[in-house]
Design a protein around this ligand. Structure first.
Ligand SMILES: [Zn+2]
Length: 488
């Protein structure tokens, strides 16, 4: 009996249990369905937003016409940047009878991953990198010939990939040349470089660029945007702009963007979408423009991009994201520093540079390293420079202000200023000997820094070309554009 009753009881428990279980399962299923629907709705919303905003931004971009220029000179930091940025411009210009020349700064031989993949090796020797450089040159020639550019209009300068930034900063006017650790040379090892065996120094880059511009006499120069995050790209931008200042170039300048976070979203081939500026850069002091392409041009651009076999292997999605309805260009004009009236330097009338903020995740934690804006003014005696950060500085953050001074078109020299804590000093090896910081003043208050430089200590300059960057424990966190500031 007892056994039986026990069994019955047990059965009752089991029955109740299964009822409960059913209910729970139903609940679980229900929650799962809601969750799936919620995810689906969000994905749809994201896509609608992405496509709608993409279309909306594209309608806001004024159009540029490459056909209006007779001679177009394009600068590419690496083999492929000219095609990603300007394959449509090249086609339009050539169809209109214009001349196009392309200058490739490096042979892209420092892309270790792509080189390794290409040769199927992990350990690469110097000669492998050089071999890879020649291979990338061939891809450029192929891609550009497919667009109608003659081999004789493609110039390879042969400077070190991943080294241009050092040539612009430390090895600009130094006694020793930069050593490329990959090709293991102090000079270009390529037999077809514009200047054979050219030593790796910034002054030589400028000399080459100026000589090409003088002989070709372009009326449109296309080069990288100064806020591109890739060091070779922003350094190329600075080198070209510096050369244009020395030459007193009066023609048109367009800048293009290639590297900035996860831009251009979404990766992959979306020929119906538009190339629009990254959100953070859309509302700064830059004006954005577009060159629309037709279906045939888009197809030819896609074909030329596919000529870059060594790059397609490692980053197809990124390269194909440039196959769109248009090409995107920026214009970043010169700033003017007004006469100083002895009032607040941080008032809007003295604003010369506006930088995007919170644009890298690490800057959310290091607000003192996030550059907000730069102010400048001058009077008969002094130059006043104001730096405004998002948050207060911390002791471990270093600030580097790199100033290149001009008088009219003549380059006078440079000053590399390091600010850490409440101290300011110039870095001797990177400062022109006759420039001095001895009579300067420096003040700091929370997130504001003010520098006063006597004009005579900068040889009575009337034009500055400058940029600010920040470092935390030796790691670069933020960097402003390189900008021309005229003292008027
Ligand atoms: Zn590049």
């Amino acid at each position: 009996m007892a056994k039986y009753r026990l069994g019955q009881e047990k059965r009752g428990v089991v029955f109740r249990k299964t009822q409960k279980e059913k209910k729970r399962r139903f609940k679980r299923k229900y929650i799962l369905y809601i969750f799936a629907a919620w995810i689906l709705a969000n994905v749809l919303l994201f896509l609608v937003k992405e496509y709608l905003s993409n279309y909306y931004f594209s309608t806001q971009l004024p159009e540029l016409s490459p056909e209006n220029y007779k001679k177009i000179l394009i600068f590419a930091p690496h083999c492929d940047d000219e095609t990603l940025s300007s394959a449509g411009v090249i086609q339009k210009a050539l169809a209109a009878g214009s001349k196009v020349k392309v200058v490739v700064m490096t042979n892209g031989d420092g892309f270790t991953r792509a080189a390794g993949q290409n040769f199927g090796k992990i350990r690469l020797k110097a000669e492998d990198y050089i071999k890879f450089g020649y291979l990338r040159q061939k891809e450029t020639i192929h891609a550009l010939e497919d667009l109608g550019v003659d081999r004789k209009n493609i110039i390879f300068l042969g400077y070190p990939d991943r080294g241009l930034r050092y040539l612009w900063e430390k090895y600009f006017d130094s006694k020793v040349s930069y050593f490329n650790p990959l090709t293991r040379t102090f000079h270009s090892p390529y037999s077809n470089s514009y200047e054979k065996n050219v030593q790796y120094k910034g002054v030589n880059v400028v000399k080459n660029i100026e000589s090409i511009i003088k002989s070709f006499e372009p009326d449109l120069i296309i080069y990288p945007y100064s806020r591109d995050q890739h060091p070779d790209h922003w350094a190329t931008s600075a080198f070209v702009k510096f050369s244009l200042l020395q030459l007193g170039y009066k023609g048109e300048e367009w800048q293009y963007l290639v590297h900035r976070g996860d831009w251009p979203t979404p990766f992959g081939k979306h020929p119906d979408m538009f190339l629009v500026p990254p959100f953070k850069l859309a509302f700064t002091d830059t004006k954005w423009y577009q060159v629309p392409l037709d279906g045939f041009m888009i197809e030819k651009k896609a074909n030329s991009i596919s000529d870059y076999h060594s790059q397609i292997k490692v980053m197809r999605g990124f390269l194909e994201a440039f196959i769109r309805q248009n090409e995107l260009f920026a214009k970043l004009g010169n700033s003017v520093a007004k006469r100083y009236e002895g009032d607040n330097l941080f008032s809007p009338k003295y604003l010369v540079m506006e930088e995007p903020t919170h644009d890298i995740w690490s800057l959310i934690f290091e607000k003192g390293a996030d550059i907000d804006s730069i102010y400048a003014a001058h009077d008969s005696e002094n130059i006043y420079i104001g730096i405004r950060m998002v948050g207060s500085a911390k002791r471990l953050i270093n600030y580097y202000l790199h100033i290149r001074a001009f008088k009219d078109q003549k380059y006078l020299g440079r000053m590399y200023i390091q600010i850490s804590g409440s101290k300011m000093k110039s870095v001797k090896t990177m400062t022109t000997p006759h420039f001095s910081l001895d009579n300067s003043e420096f003040q700091r208050n929370k997130n504001y820094m003010k520098i006063v430089l006597p004009k005579k200590d900068l040889q009575n300059t009337n034009m500055l070309f400058l940029s600010l960057r920040t470092e935390f424990l030796g790691r670069q966190l933020d960097r402003s554009a390189w900008r021309v500031i005229q003292l008027k």
